[in-house]
Design a protein around this ligand. Structure first.
Ligand code: NAP
Length: 222
């Protein structure tokens, strides 16, 4: 049975993605911060706060002790703290980077020994972090959420550098999930979490060229 580790399976995209992988016959290891997922066969959950190095260390230790190696790691958990502000507020930036960047890097680096040969690390990013697309977003997004955008741009560089380092053993990708109806995306968004999960699952299983940025099977410009 293949195994996937997904962060943030208590709600939103991570929850839908866990269901998708379960339907596809995977064993799912999930993490939660405040919203623990309902118990299910083939799902084991662990508490994780990506803003705390102590929590990351103890979570990875518990997962290691659990004894499964990983076919897929999806770094899905993330925060958007800007609250629509155009100004870059340093404290929001610090908090955002701790979770969306430093926490993801710390967590991933500690898990690399558990990745199987031929495995795939998927970092859930956003077109909001694309330098190439800056200025081309719909008006609702223009100029807003700077801390969030900075965090995803930096996460994309982690994808690119890690991909070089782990090739050819492990594939590393950034994936944009689409604009999704979640607490973060709001209810006006285009996609349901289940639709987003289909797209992410498709990229995760297609094992594309390493070091890419993907949405719906297409490359996204960095
Ligand atoms: N929704 C969109 O339109 C959209 C678009 C582009 C990219 N994304 C990205 O997709 C991913 C999932 O977003 P979403 O829309 O599903 O958001 P969401 O509904 O707000 O869910 C966020 C998830 O992150 C977890 N989380 C938050 N802070 C955490 C922390 N400090 N440590 C560990 N886990 C933490 C939450 O855990 P608890 O519930 O347990 O507290 C929750 O599972 C994020 O990386 C986001 O940036 C979303």
């Amino acid at each position: 049975m293949q195994a996937v580790l997904i962060t943030g399976v208590g709600k939103g995209i991570g929850k839908a993605l866990a269901q998708k992988f379960l339907q596809e016959g995977f064993f799912v290891i999930g993490t939660f911060l405040t919203g623990r997922p309902e118990p299910q066969e083939s799902l084991k959950d662990f508490s994780l706060d990506l803003s705390s190095s102590a929590s990351i260390a103890s979570c990875v230790q518990a997962i290691t002790n659990f004894g499964r190696t990983l076919d897929v790691l999806v770094n899905c958990a993330g925060v958007l703290l800007d609250e629509d502000e155009v100004a870059t507020v340093p404290e929001k930036l610090r908090q955002t980077l701790e979770v969306n960047l430093v926490g993801v890097v710390d967590f991933t680096e500690r898990l690399i020994p558990l990745m199987k040969e031929g495995g795939h690390i998927v970092n859930i990013s956003s077109t909001a972090g694309s330098l190439a697309l800056t200025g081309e977003h719909a008006s609702h997004f223009e100029g807003r959420y700077p801390a969030y955008k900075i965090s995803k741009a930096a996460l994309n560089m982690y994808t690119a550098t890690l991909a070089k380092r782990l090739a050819p053993a492990v594939t590393v990708s950034s994936v944009h999930p689409g604009w999704v109806k979640t607490d973060m995306g709001g209810q006006d968004a285009d996609l349901t979490p289940e639709q987003a999960a289909e797209g992410i699952y498709g990229v995760a299983m297609s094992r594309p060229a390493t070091g890419g940025f993907w949405f719906a099977g297409q490359r996204v410009p960095w």
